[in-house]
Design a protein around this ligand. Structure first.
Ligand code: CA2
Length: 154
């Protein structure tokens, strides 16, 4: 199959509660970029890497579970910033366990430098890899890591 015939892998980029406030509050922790800025940058980087993205944010645990289940149908990989659900959600963990492709857990802040409760992640039990503390750039690094995971010999 030639490169032009190969289907473009779809990566779900999922964002949990309150991340819709990015760039609008607490910039000293989460930076000045809005989630819309991050989505635009991700779409451009994905295009360069030969990937496509389905970018979503929800404040609701069940919606995130539904999106992870949708990724089982047409997703090649999942990049997820589960936000506060990182530290609480067995439902999201169980949904991720049902996904067969690579999963990259991502945090804007370095969760290990913050309150003790942020150092524990349920999601990490299902993650292929974890990126934290690199701000919005972490999303672009996650896409690069995803491309490498999907084409390990390229
Ligand atoms: O560092 C991250 O990306 C987090 O996933 C962000 C979560 C936090 O609960 C995790 O421990 C680490 C919080 C997201 C809240 O985002 C806001 C953005 C702007 C203003 C207020 C909240």
């Amino acid at each position: 199959m030639s490169a032009s015939e190969r289907p473009v892998p779809l990566i779900y980029v999922l964002n949990g509660p309150n991340l819709n406030l990015l760039g609008k509050r607490e910039p000293e922790i989460y930076g000045y970029r809005t989630l819309a800025d991050i989505e635009t940058a991700c779409a451009a980087r994905a295009d360069n890497l030969g990937l496509s993205i389905a970018f979503h944010q929800s404040n609701h645990e069940g919606v995130l579970v539904d999106l992870i289940q949708a990724a089982r149908e047409d997703g090649a990989g999942i990049i997820i910033n589960p936000a506060a659900y990182t530290h609480t959600s067995v439902a999201i963990l169980d949904a991720l366990f049902s996904f067969e492709g690579p999963i990259i857990e991502l945090h804007l802040s370095n969760v290990h430098r913050r309150e003790e409760f942020r150092s524990h992640s349920y999601v990490s039990k299902a993650a292929t890899g974890v990126i934290c503390g690199l701000g919005a750039q972490g999303y672009l690094l996650a896409l690069e890591a995803m491309a490498a995971q999907l084409s390990p010999t390229a």
